[in-house]
Design a binder for this molecule. Structure first.
Ligand code: CP
Length: 305
């Protein structure tokens, strides 16, 4: 029984296999329609979500399975003080696989130690978000055709942005990748990510505050929202939230084939006029999420189609 708590729980070869299965699902959805008949996914979301929870549920329903769960800690017995470990021990008896989001870093790891069924970390605080990274990798493979040799600009809240941390972990395993970290000083990439996945691996990296200065060199621009919910101080959030706003004017500096990604939700960091630019692929990215999550559910449930 395997869980996915960190993207590195999956090897590069396994990620290639998941992408191949997701591509087959996109091409032949009918083949998978009953693959998880009589299987149940529990979505335990102690924090808000639109894409992750609904794409996991859509994924299981498209595989012919069932879903149950909660979308708000306040409607679960966490509100009465139940621990994550106890919740998971109980839900293990009701479902075959769990997708869990929790505001506390490490909560899904603790859950996986208690669980009798696979746990997928659907985002833990400002730490990691591996299933978003699978979505991002499927998007990059479709839009750029490769992972190797890409210059990836990550812009915005690199401190609390868990999607950024997991994407750096994943992309650091491909040769010739260069990271350009674009953030205000207060929202820089945490040391545990920069040191372990960039410096210790000897990867090329540039840390800047100006998006315009680096735009011309980027193959991928990965925009992120400033994560207001993780700030201790409302004043700091209000000061930093609009540091970067991507506009059509700024995009004139970018390569014609640069792609613009965003895990979403977007607040103000991408002007809606950018949505019509063919390089904007964040809504396609969100749609890929369902297919790669279908592939992940099949793998963790050891279902062969
Ligand atoms: N990308 C992402 O995690 O979105 P949600 O918060 O809506 O799930």
């Amino acid at each position: 029984m395997r869980s996915v708590i960190d993207i590195l729980d999956l090897s590069v070869e396994e990620i290639d296999q998941l992408i191949a299965v997701a591509d087959d699902i996109i091409a032949n959805p009918a083949k998978y329609r009953e693959a998880c008949k009589y299987k149940t996914l529990a979505t335990l979301f102690f924090e808000p979500s639109t894409r992750t929870r609904l794409s996991f549920e859509a994924a299981m329903l498209s595989l012919g399975g069932n879903v149950l769960g909660f979308s708000d800690a306040a409607s679960s017995s966490a509100k009465k003080g139940e621990s994550v470990a106890d919740t998971v021990s109980v839900v293990s008896g009701y479902a075959d696989i769990i997708a869990m989001r929790h505001p506390k870093e490490g909560a899904p790891l603790v859950a996986s130690m208690k669980s009798l069924i696979p746990i997928i970390n659907a985002g833990d605080g400002g730490h990691f978000h591996p299933s978003q990274t699978l979505t991002d990798l499927l998007t990059i493979r479709h839009e750029k055709g490769r992972f190797e040799g890409l210059t990836v600009g990550l812009c915005g809240d690199l401190k609390f942005g868990r999607t950024v941390h997991s994407l750096i972990e994943a992309m650091s395993r491909y040769t010739g990748v260069k990271f350009v970290l674009i953030s205000p000083d207060e929202l820089k990439l945490p040391d545990f990510v920069r040191k372990t996945f960039i410096e210790d691996k000897g990867l090329a990296c540039q840390q800047v505050t100006s998006l315009e200065a680096v735009m011309p060199q980027l193959d991928i621009l990965y925009m992120t929202r400033v994560q207001g919910e993780r700030f201790f101080n409302e004043e700091d959030y209000l000061r930093l939230r609009d540091t970067y706003i991507l506009t059509p004017e700024k995009l004139k500096l970018a390569k014609d084939d640069m792609i613009i990604m965003h895990p979403l939700p977007r607040v103000n960091e991408i002007d809606t006029r950018v949505d019509d630019d063919p390089r904007a692929c964040y809504f396609r990215q969100a749609h890929y999420g369902k297919f790669i999550r279908m592939a992940l559910i099949l793998k963790l449930l050891e279902v062969e189609v």
